[in-house]
Design a protein around this ligand. Structure first.
Ligand code: SF4
Length: 964
C-alpha cells in the first residue's frame, strides 16, 4: 500500500493554486483515503459492497464536495428496480440526517442480479427526484383530455371509485370493470384483488409484447416461457438483442458472458447489428419473419446427420401419436418417426433457408453442427423480436424449441428449462375462488387460442359496441403511446359512453394519463411493496420491493401506518390502495368481498400490508429457518436483505420427477398413450416403467404433433412449421418503394414509456432515426439527417435517416421508447423527453400531429433542467401502425409494410397523419383471418391451456342458448 507522491506537474499546479493542494501536511489524515491505495486495491474495494451489519450506519465521503472531506452517514435499505421486468436488486442509500434517498446501487444479496444493474437501475434516483413527478391525487376539471386538474384527497378518490364499482357489481355488470396493466411485477397480488371482487377484469399488455413466443412454447410443452441456463451452456442461440435489452436481460447477460468465458459460443439472429450481435461469435442477419425457415433447416441437418438425442425423442415426444395420425400406412417405430420427420422437412434445405432469409447456407450448416455437438447444453432464447413481429411469429419459438427437443436440452444443465420450474408462487391469505365470469372484451370468441387478453383490440371492440368500460384502471400503462393505433385509443378515451371512469394509477405523466378522470400517483422502485420472482437461471428466488423511507422510519422508531405517509408528497402504492378500495366497495361485508381482505391474524379487521407479506413469507420454503437463525421474523429478514434464495441451481429435468404412491392411488394408465390419469385428469406418464410427472400437456410429453391445433381448426399447423409473415417479400411491392420496417428494438438505456422521467437516460438516448443501409440510402439519394416519409397502412410519419452498415439491406428499423409528447395544455410531464405537439382531428377520423417545439431547458429545483442541451425528442411511430392481431396467438404483429418516399416541401420532421377509419378496416381484415370458438364440446378455449386469471371451469363452455 503506497501513498502516491505528487507528480512534477501536480506539484507545480498545486503551488500555483490551479488545483487544490492535496499533498499539504495533514491532508492525509484519513487512513482509507483513496490515494493511499493502488489502482488494484481500489478496484478490490469497490468489489466489496458494505457488509449488511453496517447497513444501518454506513459512512462515506460526499463525492460532490471533493476535495473537501464531508462525511455522510447512510442507512442502506434494499428494494428492487421497477424499470423492467427483471426486478434486479437495488439498495437505496438514505442520508440519515436529511432522510433523503441519495443514490441507488445494486444489491449483492439478490440471487438474480447479484449486485449488478444496467444503467436504468441507478437512474431510479432521477425518477424519484424528477421535478415533473405527480405528488398528489388529481381529478380532472372540465372536459376529459382538456389538461386541467385539481388536487383531491385519497379519500375522495377512493370513495368515488368504490361507489361506482359497487354499483356495477350489484347490477351484475362485472365485465364493465377492468384493470389494465403495463407490467405486473407483483406476483399474484392483483389475482387476489380482482378475483376477490369476483370479476374477470384483468387486462394486460402481453399481446403487444410476448404472447407470440408464449404460444409457440406452450403448444409444445404447456409452459409459456423459456429459462435458458446460459452460464452452463456450450452453445447459445438468441433470436433477439437479448444481451443488451429484453426480459431478464441483465441477469441473463451476466450469465451469457459467464458461459462465454467458459467457452460457450454465441449466435444471434437479428437483421440489425445490435450490440448483442456485435458480441456474438455468429451474426445471422436474417430477413425479418424468415427465422423459422432457418431453424427448420438446422433441424433437418440435425435429423439427417443423426445429431439428435434419440433417448430423449423416444421418451419425451408424442411421436407415436404423430405417426398414427399422419402416417397411417407406416408401422409405429422410432426409425419410421425419424424418416417421417426428414421427409416432412425436406424442403428446408440450407439453400432454401438462405434464399428466404439471406443467411448464408454455410453458416446455417456450421451452427446446426455446433448445436448438435452442444447436445443437452444448448441454451436458447426468443421472447419478443421475431415472435412478436410477424404473422405466425409464434412459429419461431415453436421451431426454436424444436431444436431444444432434438438435442434433448429441455430442462437440462446448460439447456433451456420452462420458466415455471424456477419461479416462486405465493400462498395468499383468504384466497378467493376463481371468478365465474368470462369477459369477452378480453378473450373474444374469435381468439380461442390467444395467449393473453386481446388488449390491442379493446378500442375497436368498444367502437363496434361490443361492450363498455364503466370503471377502467390503467396501471403504469400507456396505450395511447405504446400501443399501435393510439389515435383510436384517444377517440375512445375521449368518449365517456365508452370509458365511464378512467383512473390512471401511475408514477409519472403519460400520454394516456392525459385522458384520465383521476390521476393517482403510485410509487417507484423505492416507494412501494411488491413481490418478484423470475426465472433468471437454474434456481428459484424471491425478492421484496419495499418503500425504503417507510422502512427507514420503522427502523428508526417512527413507524407509519400507510406508505404515502413516508413517501414524497402523497405518493402511494397499489397494494394498500386496492385493499382500502376493496373495503370501501363492501363496507359491511355483505357482498362477500371484504372477507378476503381481512387480517389472517386479527379476525374481522382490515389486513395490513405487513400482515399480507408476513403471511406469505412464513410459507416460503426455508425462509422461516433462515430468518430464525438471525433472530428475525420472516418479514424482518426480507426487509433487511430484500431477497431470499429458495433453491440454488440444479433444478433440472423436473419432468422426470416420480409420482408419489399417494398421487398414484386411484389413478389409471392409458394402455395406448401411457398417460396416467386420476379423477379424469392427466397427472403423469409412464416412461420406461417409471411413473413420471411429465409436462402439463394432454400427452404429458413434448407435443411434436398437436391434436389441439387440429381440434381447433388449424390442422395445417399440427407440427412445427414456417409461416410466411405479412411482411414477407412476396407481400411487398418493391416497385412501389415498399420495405419492411422493424419498429421493435429497444435501446439499452430506455424502457418503453417508463424512462422519460430519468434525465441521465434521456441525455444518453433521445432520438429514433430510421436505420438504413448505405445501398438503400444510395438508391433513394438519402444521407444521414435527411427527412424520410414512411407510409404505413393507415397514415405516415416523417423521421430522419441514419445511414449505417449495421442494418440489413432491404430492411429499415426505428427504435422504441422515443417520440414522447405532451400537448400545450399539458404543462408538465417528462420534460427531459417530450416534444410539445399539436394534435388536430377533422372529426371524421383524420388526425394530424405536428411538433411545435422540441425538448427545451426549463427552470426547476433541479439545476440540470436548465442545462438540457438536446433538442430533438424523436418521432412517435407506433401511433401510425394499425392493429395486426395474429389469428392464432393473438399477438400484435409489429413489423410494418411501409412505403418509403421523400417528404413534400411543406412536410416537416415529426409530422404524423392517421386515418382511424382505415385502422378500423385493417382491424376487420385481420379479424376475418380468425377461426372462432367453439372448439370441441362447446369449449371457448382448450381446457389444458393456461389463461391469465383463470376463471372457473364452468365459464369455459359457450352458452349456446345465450348466443343464439
Ligand atoms: S435490467 Fe436494468 S432496468 Fe431491468 S430491473 Fe435490472 S437494473 Fe432495472
Amino acid at each position: 500500500m503506497g501513498y502516491k507522491k505528487p507528480s512534477f506537474i501536480e506539484g507545480i499546479a498545486e503551488k500555483l493554486g490551479i488545483i487544490p493542494n492535496l499533498h499539504k501536511e495533514g491532508y492525509q489524515e484519513i487512513d482509507n483515503d483513496m490515494r493511499h491505495f493502488t489502482d488494484e486495491e481500489v478496484a478490490q474495494m469497490y468489489e466489496n459492497f458494505p457488509p449488511p451489519e453496517k447497513w444501518d450506519n454506513w459512512v462515506e465521503y460526499n463525492p460532490k464536495v471533493w476535495p473537501r472531506k464531508e462525511k455522510i452517514t447512510y442507512q442502506i435499505i434494499p428494494t428492487t428496480c421497477f424499470n423492467c421486468e427483471s426486478a434486479c436488486g437495488l439498495t437505496a442509500f438514505i442520508d440519515k440526517e436529511t432522510q433523503e434517498v441519495k443514490k441507488f446501487e445494486g444489491n449483492p444479496y439478490h440471487p438474480g442480479s447479484r449486485g449488478r444493474n444496467c444503467a436504468k437501475g441507478p437512474a431510479t434516483i432521477n425518477q424519484i427526484t424528477d421535478p415533473d413527478r405527480i405528488l398528489f391525487p388529481l381529478k380532472r376539471k372540465g372536459k376529459r383530455g382538456g389538461g386541467e386538474w385539481e388536487r383531491i384527497s385519497w379519500d375522495d378518490a377512493l370513495d368515488t371509485i368504490a361507489i361506482r364499482i359497487r354499483k356495477a357489481i350489484m347490477e351484475d355488470r362485472h365485465n364493465e370493470i377492468a384493470y389494465h396493466v403495463g407490467r405486473q411485477g407483483n406476483e399474484k397480488f392483483m389475482n387476489w384483488i380482482l378475483q376477490g371482487w369476483g370479476i374477470d377484469g384483468h387486462n394486460s399488455h402481453t399481446n403487444i409484447c410476448s404472447s407470440g413466443a408464449r404460444f409457440g412454447y406452450n403448444i409444445w410443452y404447456g409452459y409459456d416461457r423459456p429459462s435458458p441456463d446460459h452460464a452452463e451452456a456450450k452453445f447459445i442461440l438468441l433470436i433477439s438483442a437479448h444481451l443488451e435489452s429484453g426480459h431478464y436481460f441483465n441477469p441473463h447477460a451476466q450469465r451469457i458472458i459467464e458461459g462465454k468465458m467458459k467457452g460457450a459460443k454465441l449466435a444471434t439472429m437479428d437483421p440489425r447489428l445490435s450490440n448483442t450481435a456485435s458480441m456474438s461469435d455468429y451474426w445471422l442477419p436474417s430477413y425479418p419473419g424468415t427465422e423459422a425457415a432457418v431453424l427448420l433447416a438446422m433441424a433437418l441437418i440435425i435429423l439427417e446427420e443423426g445429431l439428435y438425442n434419440r433417448e430423449y425423442l423416444e421418451n419425451w415426444t408424442n411421436w407415436k401419436e404423430y405417426l398414427k395420425a399422419r402416417h397411417t400406412d407406416k408401422e409405429v417405430t422410432f426409425e419410421n418417426y425419424i424418416a417421417a420427420l426428414i421427409a416432412e422437412y425436406k424442403e428446408f434445405t440450407p439453400e432454401f433457408a438462405e434464399k428466404e432469409s439471406g443467411v448464408k447456407a454455410e453458416m446455417i450448416i456450421e451452427i446446426a453442427h455446433k448445436i448438435g455437438e452442444a447436445g443437452e447444453r444448448f441454451a436458447s432464447h426468443n421472447w419478443r423480436a421475431a415472435a412478436a413481429s410477424n404473422l405466425g411469429g409464434w412459429a419461431v419459438s415453436r421451431c426454436l424449441h424444436f431444436l431444444t427437443v432434438l438435442t434433448g436440452a429441455v430442462g437440462t444443465k446448460g439447456g433451456t428449462s420452462p420458466n415455471s420450474w424456477n419461479k416462486f408462487k405465493p400462498e395468499q391469505p383468504n384466497p378467493p375462488k376463481p371468478q365465474k365470469k368470462w369477459n369477452e372484451l378480453h378473450f373474444p370468441k374469435e381468439y380461442p387460442l390467444a395467449f393473453f387478453e386481446m388488449s390491442q383490440l379493446l378500442p375497436h371492440m368498444l367502437k363496434e359496441g361490443r361492450g363498455k368500460m364503466d370503471v377502467y384502471f390503467s396501471r403504469v400503462f400507456n396505450p395511447v403511446w405504446t400501443y399501435p393505433d393510439g389515435f383510436t385509443w384517444m377517440e375512445m378515451f375521449s368518449d365517456e359512453s365508452k370509458f365511464g371512469l378512467h383512473a390512471a394509477l401511475t408514477p409519472i405523466w403519460s400520454e394516456t394519463a392525459f385522458f384520465a378522470d383521476f390521476v393517482l400517483p403510485m410509487g417507484l422502485a423505492s416507494e412501494r411493496h411488491d413481490l418478484n420472482s423470475y426465472a433468471t437461471h437454474g434456481g428459484t428466488w424471491l425478492a421484496f420491493r419495499q418503500p425504503v423511507l417507510r422502512e427507514a422510519a420503522r427502523r428508526n422508531g417512527n413507524p407509519v401506518k400507510l406508505t404515502y405517509e413516508a413517501n414524497p408528497g402523497e405518493v402511494w402504492e397499489e397494494d394498500e390502495f386496492f385493499i382500502e378500495l376493496s373495503w370501501r366497495i363492501d363496507p359491511d361485508g355483505s357482498m362477500g368481498i371484504r372477507k378476503h381482505f381481512e387480517s389472517p391474524y386479527r379476525p374481522g379487521e382490515k389486513i395490513t400490508i405487513d400482515e399480507y407479506y408476513q403471511y406469505i413469507f412464513e410459507r416460503v420454503k426455508g425462509l422461516p429457518e433462515t430468518a430464525k437463525k438471525e433472530g428475525l421474523t420472516e418479514l424482518q429478514y426480507m426487509q433487511k436483505y430484500g431477497a431470499f434464495e429458495i433453491e440454488k441451481g440444479e433444478s433440472y429435468k423436473k419432468n422426470e420427477t416420480a409420482l408419489s404412491s399417494e398421487q398414484l392411488e386411484g389413478s389409471k394408465v392409458d394402455p395406448t398413450t401411457d398417460v396416467i390419469s386420476k379423477n379424469g385428469k392427466p397427472i403423469g406418464v409412464m416412461i420406461n416403467g417409471k411413473a413420471c410427472v411429465g409436462f402439463p400437456t394432454p400427452s404429458r410429453k413434448n407435443e411434436f404433433y398437436s391434436q389441439t391445433m387440429v381440434d381447433w381448426k388449424w390442422p395445417e399447423y399440427a407440427t412445427p412449421t414456417y409461416i410466411k409473415s405479412h411482411i414477407h417479400n412476396d407481400n411487398l411491392d418493391k416497385s412501389k418503394g415498399e420495405y419492411v420496417l422493424v419498429p421493435t428494438f429497444r435501446l439499452p438505456t430506455l424502457i418503453h414509456s417508463r424512462s422519460g422521467n430519468a434525465k441521465w437516460l434521456v441525455e444518453i438516448s433521445n432520438r429514433n432515426p430510421i436505420w438504413m443501409h448505405p445501398d438503400d440510402a444510395d438508391k433513394w439519394g438519402f444521407k444521414t439527417g435527411d427527412l424520410v416519409k414512411l407510409n404505413t397502412d393507415i397514415g405516415y410519419f416523417i423521421d430522419k435517416v441514419w445511414v449505417t452498415q449495421s442494418m440489413k439491406p432491404g430492411v429499415v428499423a426505428c427504435s422504441h421508447h422515443i417520440g414522447r409528447w405532451r400537448r400545450p395544455q399539458d404543462e408538465t410531464g417528462n420534460r427531459w423527453a417530450t416534444n410539445t405537439v399539436n394534435i388536430d382531428g377533422d372529426g371524421k377520423g383524420g388526425w394530424k400531429m405536428n411538433t411545435i417545439s422540441g425538448i427545451e431547458p426549463y427552470e426547476s429545483d433541479d439545476r440540470d433542467s436548465k442545462r438540457i442541451f438536446w433538442k430533438d425528442g424523436g418521432v412517435h411511430q407506433n401511433i401510425t401502425h394499425a392493429v395486426h392481431p395474429d389469428p392464432i396467438s393473438g399477438m400484435h404483429c409489429w413489423h410494418q409494410r411501409v412505403r418509403i418516399e421523400k417528404p413534400g416541401k411543406d412536410e416537416k420532421y415529426g409530422d404524423i397523419f392517421v386515418d382511424t377509419n382505415k385502422s378500423h378496416e385493417v382491424y376487420k381484415e385481420w379479424m376475418a383471418m380468425t377461426r372462432p370458438a367453439p372448439g370441441p364440446n362447446g369449449e371457448r378455449r382448450p381446457l389444458w391451456f393456461n389463461r391469465a386469471f383463470k376463471p372457473d371451469i364452468s365459464t369455459y363452455y359457450i352458452d349456446k342458448e345465450k348466443d343464439k
